[in-house]
Write a protein of this length. Structure first.
Ligand SMILES: Nc1ncnc2c1ncn2[C@@H]1O[C@H](COP(=O)(O)OP(=O)(O)O)[C@@H](O)[C@H]1O
Ligand SMILES: [Mg+2]
Length: 265
């Protein structure tokens, strides 16, 4: 059997606290191919961020393994860049400096200062933020901060881009704009993306596959929905597309059925 580019294999995760153990994930396995855009959706607290953090190398799995491009993931690394819901820009650095810092860290030895400058600008261009190079995070909007966070992640040339509800804190219009930008970037660069979301439309619009997680404790992958919609995708046209609507209702049904389980418990 040939391995996927990113391979999550039989991952279990329990958190031990004094006297009690919470089993968060049980036997989670998922293969992601190079260039694929995967969304993970599930009810709050089911373990989505825990799974993403294990792939990022920020959290250790209790058992099981994550392999990326043939290598074992056991610590954080620039080949797995993460964008969180709340931007993690350094407040004392400008937009340019925030991205440049990451570029220096990853390419400090391999590229000249001029090349690193160009590369910093190129990635800020991708998210249309070159108009605000000298602004500090406190001087730009939430959507802009997320765009800078995405530029910083992309600038590291990660093998996989990990997005944990990247648009979750944004208003609907800003979110739509950023979704379109991320789709455009994915089309241009062909990145491999693992994105957590709780927005069903966002998942269907962006993904090649939607991974649906069951409720915790001991969450697993319940179903996977393949989104067989051609790209480029345009949200306005998709509203009435039968494939779009079928995927959307499959995911909604999965979540709704489990919502009732939560209420009954
Ligand atoms: N460091 C930790 N220590 C103990 N429990 C944790 C820790 N991180 C997460 N959990 C628990 O794991 C479960 C899943 O959390 P999380 O992965 O953040 O869920 P989601 O992202 O799906 O909302 C929750 O019950 C949470 O309380
Ligand atoms: Mg989370």
């Amino acid at each position: 059997m040939t391995k996927s580019y990113l391979s999550i294999e039989q991952v279990d995760k329990s958190f031990a606290r004094t006297g009690s153990t919470t089993e968060v994930l049980r036997k989670v396995s998922l293969g992601v191919e190079k260039g694929e855009f995967i969304s993970i959706i599930g009810h709050s607290g089911c373990g989505k961020s825990t799974l993403l953090n294990i792939v990022a190398g920020l959290t250790d799995a209790t058992s099981g393994a994550v392999l990326l491009d043939g290598g074992l993931v056991d610590s954080p690394g620039p080949d797995r860049a993460v964008v969180f819901q709340n931007h993690s820009l350094l407040p004392w650095l400008t937009v340019y400096e925030n991205v440049r810092l990451a570029v220096n860290k990853v390419f400090g030895r391999s590229r000249s200062a001029a090349e690193r400058h160009e590369w910093t600008l190129r990635n800020l261009e991708l998210v249309q933020m070159t108009h605000a190079l000298d602004k500090r995070p406190s001087e730009i909007s939430g959507g802009m901060k997320q765009r800078v966070g995405i530029a910083r992640a992309l600038a590291m040339e990660p093998k996989v881009l990990l997005l944990d509800e990247p648009f979750g804190a944004l208003d609907a219009l800003t979110r739509a704009h950023l979704q379109d930008q991320v789709m455009q970037i994915h089309a241009t660069l062909g990145n491999t993306v693992l994105m957590i979301t709780h927005d069903v439309d966002e998942a269907v619009l962006l993904s090649d596959r939607i991974v649906m997680m069951t409720n915790g404790p001991a969450a697993r992958i319940g179903e996977i929905c393949e989104v067989r919609l051609p790209r480029p995708r345009r949200r306005v046209e998709l509203v009435s597309d039968p494939t779009y609507l079928r995927c959307r209702s499959a995911v909604l049904k999965f979540l709704y059925d489990r919502h009732r389980l939560v209420e009954a418990a």
